[in-house]
Design a protein around this ligand. Structure first.
Ligand code: ADP
Length: 252
């Protein structure tokens, strides 16, 4: 049964609400994420961004409301079912194994994405059939120069890139990125911005991001949350003009 999505939306929530002991962490949120867009979710600490992500990926069950993804009602689905439909959160399913090399990490992600459970005893030769695709993914995220390095030894920014590569192994239709530039140097931030642009081709991206320069540079549409509610929505120029956004978020 395909539920009716607003035309052009790949993800839609209606009246999405999550209460913790009577406290509404997310309150009556109606999101519309356009297919193919890069959509930003911003707001001060405690605004409900993480709770929203957990609701969308089904790690939390909503108290009220519904969630539609790609024509299906996913409100009551389990996390793995939602991931199988192509709604995938980076840094969640894709654990990075620090002692495996960068290439081995992507091989394992590909093997798991194609239905295999991760198997430490699996011989190298079995996993090598994934190498062509693994190298493509590593090229996409700019890690070709690091293929044989243990993942645990990668600089922080490169480790995040590897996490994105292992997420891409799942061939997501829509990616949720949780603060992809958090804790990065300016140089790493520029690299992640370029990477997200590349990753977003042919996909939809919803990202929580605190760095407003990054949001401005990447996001077509931005939803501003405060105290669990949508405060403003639109492109960067629109939301950054909103007086309450300036007061609540930009703090100027
Ligand atoms: P953000 O990601 O925007 O910083 P969160 O979604 O983490 O915001 O949190 C929103 C609000 O919900 C906060 O006030 C937080 O304390 C509260 N909250 C989040 N998770 C829980 C939980 N499991 N139990 C109780 N309160 C929670």
């Amino acid at each position: 049964v395909r539920d009716s999505l607003d035309s052009g939306s790949i993800l839609q929530t209606d009246g999405l609400t999550k209460e913790f002991l009577g406290f509404k962490a997310v309150s009556d949120v109606g999101l519309r994420v356009r297919r193919g867009s890069i959509h930003g979710l911003i707001g001060p600490n405690g605004a409900g961004k993480t709770t929203c992500f957990n609701l969308l990926t089904k790690f939390l069950q909503p108290t009220q409301g519904r969630i539609l993804f790609d024509g299906r009602d996913i409100t009551r689905m389990k996390p793995a079912e939602v991931a199988r439909l192509g709604l995938v959160r980076s840094f969640q399913i894709s654990a990075v194994f620090p002692h495996l090399s960068v290439l081995e990490n992507v091989r394992v992600a590909l093997q798991r994405a194609r239905g295999g459970s991760f198997d430490f005893w699996r011989s190298d030769s079995v996993l090598r059939k994934y190498d062509d695709r693994a190298m493509e993914l590593l090229e996409d995220v700019g890690l070709l120069g690091f293929t044989h390095r243990p993942a645990g030894e990668l600089p922080y920014g490169r480790k995040r890139a590897l996490e994105i590569a292992t997420t891409l192994a799942l061939d997501p239709v829509m990616m949720l990125l949780d603060e992809p530039t958090a804790g990065m140097t300016a140089e790493d931030v520029d690299r992640v911005v370029a990477l997200v642009k590349r990753v977003a081709q042919g996909r939809t991206v919803l990202m929580v991001e605190h760095n407003l320069k990054v949001v401005e540079g990447l996001c077509d549409t931005i939803t501003v949350l405060t105290r669990g509610r949508v405060l403003a929505e639109g492109d960067y120029a629109t939301v950054s003009r909103h007086p309450e956004v300036i007061a609540a978020y930009l703090g100027t």
